[in-house]
Design a protein around this ligand. Sequence first.
Ligand code: ATP
Ligand code: MG
Length: 370
Amino acid sequence: MTVVPATPPTPAATAETPAVRAARRRSAEIEARIDKDPSAFRVLTGDRPTGALHLGHYLATLANRVRLQDAGVDVVLVVADYQVITDRDETGDLRGTVREVVLDYLAAGIDPDRTTIFTHSAVAALHQLMLPFLSLVTVAELERNPTVKAEAVDAARRQQRSMSGLLLTYPVHQAADILAMHGNLVPVGADQLPHLETTRTVARRFNQRFTAAQPYFAEPDALLTESVTVLGHDGAKMSTSRGNSLELRSSEDDTAAFFRRARTDSLRHITYEPEERPEVANLLRIGAHLAGTTPEVLAGSIGAAGAGRLKEVVTEAVVEGLRPLRARRRALQADGAGVVGEVLARGAERANRLAAGTLTDVRELMGTVY
Ligand code: ATP
Ligand code: MG
């Protein structure tokens, strides 16, 4: 699931470990089952509303969510507004940001008739579930979570602020998101596999403690997505807070300007070599994804024409590829605030229904119905 603060994937975490290989095999089986019976799956994923969505979100998560929705899977998206305050004091214009994120979803092809979109703050039962879940994990386990660990190291280094309790416990909040909705499938990159482990642990321990005879929560599966990091114009990971991103809602002129500024290297001939030439490879992957080809083929078609030509080609692919999304976005925006409010109200209604059902079951199992 994608509701996490930025952490650069560490080489150790992204290496092809036995766990990653196993998850890859399992994901392939699940994809085959989705083809046969998509209605057996409920995907739970979402975003922290810290800004409008950018090209990194689109390539890494959004396009895949639309694919799953269109395949007939029940997709539930949480706009994790409470998670915005895990690592900052200011929420900024949260109302405006949530609106931008929802517009990005809808523009990208998320259909609110088929996909549920809700905000954390609108579903009280979900947070009540977090309380018993918190009793099922230890502080030491939470401190081993890669994002929590990275944040602790970062906070110590910057000596700015120490980690909030909300950040420490965010893996449990995530478990509440997933289990409240009985999500059974969570799309993650290889580096995010440990995040889902907390949810699986919570599900397993809840069953052991309160309903040993007949397990109540299913342990959700990871759907491993190809984890490519999209780079910003400065060559670092594209990220909202770094200010190096190409927002999906950008104009064509801003798109061209973004790629003109993008870093390349001094070799004239364009080749696809992700290890040796990360910036060029990044542009090739972006262009190939949006033009529906492969980075290798795209590199071959540019060859000796060099980086200037590469940037032109990628700009055109992105402008053309995002044209329908941007047109839909403009149309939705012209409709005013009504659309977003309506979508979130409908989403909250269903999410509340699901979470309230789960909470009722949990209270019965725990014996807290009086
Ligand atoms: P912030 O700067 O506020 O942390 P962000 O732009 O870095 O925002 P996140 O909320 O950290 O976005 O990311 C959400 C998810 O989106 C990540 O877990 C990851 O799956 C995906 N994602 C974000 N940025 C990128 C990127 N540059 N390349 C690939 N995937 C990305
Ligand atoms: Mg981030």
